[in-house]
Design a protein. Structure first.
Length: 435
């Protein structure tokens, strides 16, 4: 795994929380039969189940790589030394899978070897192992060491009845409850879409979505790019409890969305960019309903440091049509402070240093390749430690100033695009604690 070396720290994906790194150009495994262990806290002791046949990355016929999803029944996970010890899947679904804060983890063979060598058998000993290794190896890169002994979920979020990981980009796995699991699968082939953002890394993008246990008030969530009109999906019939027989859009103008069904496959076409969020209702053969909210986005939130400064910059990484320029857009930021005051400022197109695939070198610039038929730029504002809330609105250039020629809001309805509170706090606390 390659360490993140860019000053530009991280994307934050609102609907899944997926952690997308701009400069993480790590190779993905093209190997089948990967050996890994699922370990869990069994009344304070470490229980483990070994897998020797996990599949890594596959190569599609187009030559592009996509992530194979290993589907694992929760009933198949039992302790290797005591088959009476299994897992209660529901008890882990609200956890993150991080080694230092969860009661389960995916780890490689080296971790099991280390635990065995040290005679460690308790969950507390496992959770302290990586910190011990860091202390014992002060010259080692801590990020690399941590990911050598632990399969980072890489932003994968658990569903209502599925436990998910992206495992250091080496393999993907979903542990699911066969009695409750209902899912659909989205088409993520770049060839099918006119716009395909580069942030839709096939390792990170959740092409299979767990619908089980959803309600209209608490739907599953999925993101698409705002200007892309089409979305392709099919029922994941291999593992679902029932067949999906209908899909309909809720609370929108009937002409705003067209849904075409061919067998178990559905094509959703957005006929308008007015709606940046649309909730869909799915009905199965038993009449049970499931819900999915599609968030139509134009970019990602991101924090980092402006090149050659020590200022904390927080902003919106905007993706736009490749025939346009970042100068065609304006981004306004509404900052709310701890004392209750607010301020609206312009978020400026901001240069940062990163690896450029076109030149094959590390460069500093404002405008970047944003994916298929897209460019992208980071519009950022300086954030002080007393900022408690941040919202962005993107408009076309001079949309507000020119009378009778309002260019329209590109994205950000209501108060605007809300920077997730937890990620804003993380960025502020992380930066100013070291200043």
């Amino acid at each position: 795994m390659k360490k993140l070396t860019s000053l530009f720290a991280a994307f934050v994906v609102a609907f899944t929380g997926l952690f997308l790194l701009i400069a993480t150009a790590s190779k993905v495994s093209a190997t089948d039969n990967i050996t890994a262990y699922f370990i869990w806290n069994n009344n304070g002791d470490i229980a483990q189940h070994k897998f020797t046949d996990l599949q890594g990355m596959k190569t599609a016929t187009s030559g592009e790589q996509y992530a194979y999803l290993n589907m694992i029944k929760s009933s198949d996970i039992v302790d290797d030394t005591d088959a009476t010890i299994g897992i209660n899947l529901s008890s882990y679904l609200t956890e993150t899978g991080k080694w230092d804060e969860s009661n389960y983890a995916w780890v490689p063979q080296d971790t099991i070897n280390e635990l065995t060598t040290r005679g460690y058998t308790t969950w507390a000993q496992w959770q302290g192992l990586i910190d011990e290794l860091k202390a014992e190896n002060p010259g080692e890169d801590e990020w690399d060491l941590e990911h050598h002994y632990f399969y980072e979920p890489m932003g994968a979020k658990n569903g209502k009845n599925s436990l998910n990981t992206n495992a250091n980009r080496e393999f993907r796995a979903s542990i699911y409850d066969t009695a409750k699991y209902q899912a659909i699968k989205f088409g993520v082939s770049e060839a099918d879409y006119h716009y395909f953002p580069s942030s839709w890394d096939p390792v990170f993008i959740e092409s299979t979505v767990d619908l089980s246990g959803t309600t209209k008030a608490n739907p599953a969530k999925y993101e698409t790019y705002l200007l892309e009109p089409n979305l392709y999906l099919s029922e994941d019939s291999v593992n679902s409890v029932a067949d999906i027989v209908s899909v309909k859009a809720l609370d929108v103008n009937p002409d705003a969305v067209t849904i075409t069904q061919t067998g178990n496959n559905y094509t959703i076409k957005f006929n308008s960019n007015y709606y940046n969020e649309v909730t869909f209702e799915f009905t199965d053969t038993a009449g049970k309903t499931y819900y999915l909210k599609v968030n139509r986005i134009t970019g990602k939130f991101a924090d980092g440091r402006e090149v050659s400064t020590t200022k904390l910059k927080v902003g919106y990484f905007l993706s736009y049509d490749s025939t346009k320029s970042y100068n065609d857009y304006e981004v306004k930021a509404l900052l709310t402070y701890a004392n209750g005051s607010t301020k609206t400022v312009a978020a400026a197109p901001t240069a940062f240093r990163d690896y450029d695939n076109t030149s094959g070198d590390w460069v500093t610039k404002v405008e970047w390749d944003g994916g298929k038929n897209l460019k992208s730029a980071w519009f950022a504002v300086e954030v002080t430690k007393d900022v408690v809330n941040l919202d962005f609105t993107v408009t076309h250039k001079n949309a507000i100033q020119v009378a009778d020629t309002y260019g329209g809001t590109f994205t950000g309805s209501g108060k605007g695009l809300h920077y997730p509170d937890t990620d804003l706090n993380r960025a502020i606390n992380g930066f100013y604690s070291g200043v």
